[in-house]
Design a protein around this ligand. Structure first.
Ligand SMILES: [Zn+2]
Length: 289
């Protein structure tokens, strides 16, 4: 099987240097492996994925001197597939609806902390685990909620999912060729949302299905997603989907140590282009000179 990679930005704004680094690294690794990389537009966020941002991604990547096969997969074209995938998990009894607002969740956690005198556990990204308020809903309550027309999120029952899947691991790869197994600990994330209230999928659900449908063999992405790979591996196992090898690269930060996407100093590639920077200088600055 020929190596196949992907660069998969969300069109929630213009690309910045961190994106350029990831795209250039995907291109370099694809060349090294004798494969190609695909562009995937992760536009499940209906409010933020604007046509301008989507067009801007291709424009910025082309300006950097990159090229990729067409057509480009856009997640918004595959919403029915994500919904069908969620339905498989739902009919296996692994998803439950959640009507909690952020405020409800915060209040439940505050109450728990007051009762136990201990800090509530947090996931690897630092967010408090879902307190499980809706986990105990009975089938009749669920039917009433679902037919009530109120938008609901659907959460993975992590304990049941882990029990159903058994031990899960994923494979990491180094650019020098070493491959090793990483034991997944998805339970660190608690009952994650797999179907959002505002869109019939989630980043997590879509990325797992897409990597399998597109037969991606090697994923090269930022280290901020490394811990979440445990959930991706769990879902791939539960759904019987193929899973790629993963390489998680360092996240570029600015001089103040801020992640570039969050940094006020980070300029978009479009702004750098307008300021007269050349693709060659940017490539060189990122170590691809
Ligand atoms: Zn809930």
């Amino acid at each position: 099987m020929s190596p196949l990679l992907r660069f998969a930005p969300s069109p929630n704004g213009r690309l910045h240097l961190g994106h350029a680094y990831s795209a250039l690294l995907n291109d370099a690794v694809a060349r090294q492996l004798g494969g190609v990389w695909l562009l995937r537009i992760e536009d499940i966020d209906p409010a933020r994925a604007t046509p301008d941002n989507i067009a801007g991604i291709e424009e910025d990547l082309a300006w950097l001197g990159l090229d990729w096969p067409r057509p480009v997969r856009r997640q918004s074209d595959h919403m029915a597939d994500y919904a069908a995938t969620a339905e498989r998990l739902r009919s296996a009894g692994l998803l439950y609806p959640c009507r909690c607002s952020r405020g409800d969740i915060a209040a439940a956690i505050t109450a728990q902390e007051a009762e136990t005198g201990k800090p509530w556990p947090r996931d690897p990204d630092g967010s408090p685990l879902y307190p499980g308020t809706c986990r105990a809903l009975r089938p009749a309550d669920i039917d009433r909620l679902v037919s009530g027309g109120v938008p609901l999120a659907w959460r993975l029952n992590m304990a049941d999912a882990v029990a159903a899947a058994g031990p899960v691991s994923w494979r990491a790869f180094e650019l020098a060729g070493r491959i090793w197994a990483v034991a997944a600990r998805p339970e660190r994330w608690g009952d994650v949302v797999l179907v959002r209230r505002d869109t019939p999928t989630s980043y997590t659900l879509s990325v797992v299905l897409d990597d399998s449908v597109q037969a991606i063999t090697h994923v090269v992405r930022g280290g901020d997603l490394e811990a979440a790979t445990d959930i991706h591996a769990l879902l791939a196992r539960l759904l019987g989907l193929s899973a790629p090898l993963y390489h998680h690269h360092a996240i570029l930060t600015d001089a103040q140590g801020q992640k570039l996407s969050k940094s006020r100093a980070s300029m978009s590639l479009a702004a750098m282009r307008q300021a007269g920077e050349s693709p060659a200088t940017i490539r060189k600055r990122l170590g691809f000179g």
